[in-house]
Write a protein that binds this ligand. Structure first.
Ligand code: ACO
Length: 427
């Protein structure tokens, strides 16, 4: 029988050491190097964790070569087409899709938990009017920790699920409050009669009293197609295995900090342009390019090794063929083009970039394909969500993923404090 081990030879001494290979249920196996330092006195060196599995998990699976993404074994294309975001949340937390009554109860509970403690409102006033909503959102989630002093019993599912449901339910309210504060307009309270996604759109657009009059914020009633489009975007963002922000959430969890502080740290990590912040940068870049005629010049800049300009919404650490989330969104974008009146100037520029990049040797040889962020911006713009709220929308969708990963980390008996070592090159 084939031996499931991995032998390393230290050529300085000729010493051989053998390490177990752990098979996954899908995807590559991992070599268990946990004893490497003890056995050899050397560390593995892997900045950016390009070859390191930091944990084991049963939540999300990605096959980057095949462009495959599954939550709890179910392909993302099926979830996006046949299930709602709340069903997806339930699936991630409970490892199975909900029955009708389970979904009803889950939905009802989230509606009840969407309200914020009145004391939290004052926090928003401390921020300048022009504060980026991501700054306000991250701070308000940290503040939320002070309202719920959690010492959770991880053997008590009801207790830790309550903690998870609360943060999922409140995130749209916090995000909408952050946005409305940035405009200096009155907050809109959640409406218990509205679904998760419609509620968020309402809290973004409505006038006090929940009305949708003609005006600068809301031109008409929220359409069902808008709700479905945003719900799909939330589903596509719900989890993505050990990405940068999730790794941050797990690392903060490893120190024993409050779960909402871990989520707040995840929000901070997501904000960066190399990660979730890319969705805001994509539209800014399309606007900067301005017209189809200018695309070639920007592509040339992206390819120039002496220019640090990057095409936002292109490339991914894991997907080296295509991003399946981007494919779902591309279809959605085509579907919404007429019904929602997507911005045709931006669509033309984006289409030209896509066309060149998918055929250009520079992008093809580096496996640089459009990622999810390339498509979200144009759709979100049509939903009247402003640029600075694109990354908060990502946060709302990803909160369930972060908290599910937090729970998995806390329940895993092999979890340890995250404490990497270094290769010292100083004096
Ligand atoms: N435009 C132009 N060139 C690029 C791009 C891009 N968007 N992305 C990568 N490259 C080039 C790099 O210059 C490098 O070229 P080289 O080998 O000649 O030096 C090569 O492709 C590999 O790039 P890395 O930065 O090493 O790849 P890595 O896996 O570390 O980074 C990342 C992935 C951060 C997503 C990167 O592709 C990028 O910055 N993209 C733009 C930002 C973006 O869209 N982020 C969203 C990611 S999805 C998400 O987080 C939700």
């Amino acid at each position: 029988m084939q031996k499931k081990t991995f032998t390393l030879i230290d050529n300085r001494t000729g010493k051989e050491v053998e390490y177990p290979i752990i098979e996954g249920t899908r995807g590559p196996a991992a070599v268990d190097f946990r004893n490497l330092f003890k056995d050899t006195g050397t560390f593995s060196y892997d900045p950016g964790y390009t070859s390191t599995a930091s944990c084991n998990s049963t939540i999300t699976f990605i096959d980057g070569a095949k462009g495959e993404l599954r939550y709890r074994g179910i392909p993302i294309e099926i979830l996006a087409k046949e299930h709602s975001y709340l069903e997806t949340c339930f699936l991630l937390l409970n490892e199975h899709l909900p029955s009708i009554s389970e979904l009803h109860n889950f939905d009802l509970e989230l509606r009840h938990r969407a309200f914020l403690h009145e004391g939290l409102r004052n926090l928003f006033n401390a921020f300048p009017d022009n504060a980026h909503p991501m700054a306000t959102l991250s701070a308000s989630v940290t503040a939320l920790a002070s309202f719920y002093q959690e010492h959770l019993d991880m053997n008590n599912e009801t207790e830790y699920h309550e903690m998870a449901h609360r943060i999922i339910a409140k995130m749209p309210t916090l995000a909408a409050f952050a946005y409305r504060h940035s405009l200096g307009i009155p907050f809109i309270q959640p409406d218990i009669d509205l679904s998760f996604t419609k509620n968020f759109l309402t809290m973004m657009r409505a006038y006090p009293g929940g009305k949708m009059h003609l005006g600068p914020l809301g031109h008409e009633e929220i359409k069902e197609i808008e709700v479905r489009a945003l719900d799909t975007i939330f589903t596509l963002h719900a989890d993505h295995e050990q990405n940068a922000s999730t790794t941050v959430v797990r690392n903060v969890a490893s120190t024993g900090a409050h779960p909402y502080v871990a989520i707040s740290s995840g929000i901070a990590a997501l904000w960066g342009r190399a990660h979730g912040g890319a969705n805001e940068s994509v539209i800014a870049q399309l606007e900067m390019i301005g017209s189809v005629e200018n695309v070639d010049a920007f592509i040339a800049r992206a390819k120039d090794p002496n220019d640090d300009f990057r095409l936002m919404g292109f490339g991914h650490r894991v997907y080296k063929n295509f991003d399946p989330r981007a494919q779902v969104l591309k279809k959605l974008q085509d579907e919404l083009k007429e019904t929602l009146g997507l911005d045709s100037r931006l669509l033309d520029i984006a289409g030209r970039i896509e066309e060149i990049a998918l055929n250009d040797e520079y992008f093809v040889s580096r496996h640089l394909y459009p990622n999810i962020d390339f498509y979200t911006g144009i759709i979100l713009t049509a939903l009247k969500i402003p640029k600075n709220m694109f990354t908060p929308v990502f946060v709302i969708g990803r909160t369930v993923g972060w908290i599910t990963q937090w729970i998995e980390f806390k329940k895993d008996p092999s979890s340890k404090i995250a404490r990497p070592r270094q290769l010292y090159l100083g004096d």
